[in-house]
Write a protein that binds this ligand. Structure first.
Ligand code: IMP
Length: 175
């Protein structure tokens, strides 16, 4: 499949994503059963993951959103833009950030800092994918779906210049 100048091949199928999402939700249902957490998906990339994950959450919870962006094309720009910011209502709450993919970890590090400053009771991260650079820097995320190499991926919410977010499966760019 070609998108703009890049050729993509299928990497993780819809059914293995769904299996993994259920496993992550099972663990969260256990760990947060008495905590009424606030799930905080980071837009845009995590909209599909968050939607599937939250359908499997059986405990009382709230959902709020933040919108951040650090990517231009296929690389992190190193600067985070906050497009929808954090709300006061996150004060004194158990927060679970819902992230599509952790690459350099810059996005998460900034967000976790912001949440702690707001007075969150606890902050953990559930991420569908984690890339090699985040492992090297030991960016902490308690719940991880798939560990992948340093490759550019697309689909299931993840985009290439705005394209491909709607795809059900995850694809990988051919090098
Ligand atoms: P970080 O701040 O470098 O960890 O980048 C995290 C954000 O960059 C993610 O939430 C994604 O939106 C985006 N991103 C990172 N890697 C990829 C990729 O391979 N494909 C599409 N988007 C990506």
């Amino acid at each position: 499949m070609k998108i703009k100048d890049l050729e993509f091949t299928q990497f993780i199928s819809k059914s293995s994503i769904q299996r993994k999402v259920r496993l992550l939700a099972d663990q969260l249902n256990l760990d947060y059963q008495d905590k009424t957490p606030v799930f905080l998906p980071i837009l845009n990339g995590s909209f599909m993951f968050a939607s599937d994950l939250l359908k499997e959450i059986k405990i009382p919870c709230r959902v709020s959103f933040v919108k951040l962006s650090s990517y231009v094309g296929t690389a992190s720009s190193g600067q985070i833009k906050s497009l929808i910011g954090l709300e006061e209502s996150l004060f004194n709450q158990h927060i679970v950030i819902v992230e599509d993919i952790i690459d350099t970890g810059l996005t998460l590090t900034r967000l976790v800092e912001g949440l702690k400053n707001l007075g969150a009771k606890s902050v953990e991260v559930v991420a569908l994918l984690r890339k090699q650079p985040a492992r090297e820097k030991e960016v902490s995320a308690r719940y991880i779906g798939f560990e992948i190499e340093n490759e550019f991926v697309l689909g299931y919410g993840l985009d290439y210049d705005g394209l491909g977010r709607n795809l059900k499966d995850i694809y990988q760019a051919k090098s």
